[in-house]
Design a protein around this ligand. Structure first.
Ligand SMILES: [Mg+2]
Length: 168
């Protein structure tokens, strides 16, 4: 199996219902922040009200949630306060170390945990290296940073080989 290949590809995190997760034997999720849960750089909780409601529903369903973000600690802390679950910034994805720590916190084995993120080279690669069920989500906004644009082009080429074609 290619380490860059996600197990599932979805359009939005709210598509991950308790039923979707139960069908795959998943009891926990590691969640990327930027462009997965919230638009890149956003500090607006009102704009992601439906995502916050989805988080509450998953928590009620008993799904373990953990934020695994490469953003600054300060930015991660701002959003952890709104999301009301545990997690870290500066996670260093795809380095498996932060993934291991997250699994320890959730007290779940890797095959029962999904890694949800919008980037192949951090979220999917790190998740696959750690034995998680990887779920690629369509990025919420197009990121204009030059290094991200290069990564996006590579991602599109890889995804096309897997039969997925997104328009941005
Ligand atoms: Mg991201």
């Amino acid at each position: 199996m290619s380490l860059l290949r996600p197990r599932d590809v979805i359009d939005h995190v709210t598509h991950l219902t308790p039923e979707f997760l139960a069908d795959r034997g998943l009891h926990g999720l590691l969640l990327d922040l930027d462009n997965t849960l919230v638009p890149y750089g956003s500090y607006d909780p009102v704009g992601v009200a439906s995502t916050l409601a989805w988080v509450r529903d998953l928590k009620i369903a008993g799904v373990g949630l953990y934020l695994l973000s490469n953003a600054t600690g300060r930015r991660a802390a701002f959003w952890l306060d709104k999301l009301e679950f545990q997690g870290v910034g500066l996670a260093g994805k795809p380095n498996p170390r932060a993934f291991r720590r997250a699994l320890d916190e959730l007290r779940l084995p890797p095959h029962q945990v999904g890694m949800v993120g919008d980037q192949l080279f951090t979220d999917v690669l790190g998740g696959n290296l750690s034995g998680l069920h990887t779920i690629l989500v369509r990025p919420l906004v197009t990121n204009a940073l030059p290094h991200t644009r290069v990564a996006r082009r590579l991602e599109r080429a890889v995804l096309k080989r897997y039969g997925h074609d997104w328009n941005h």
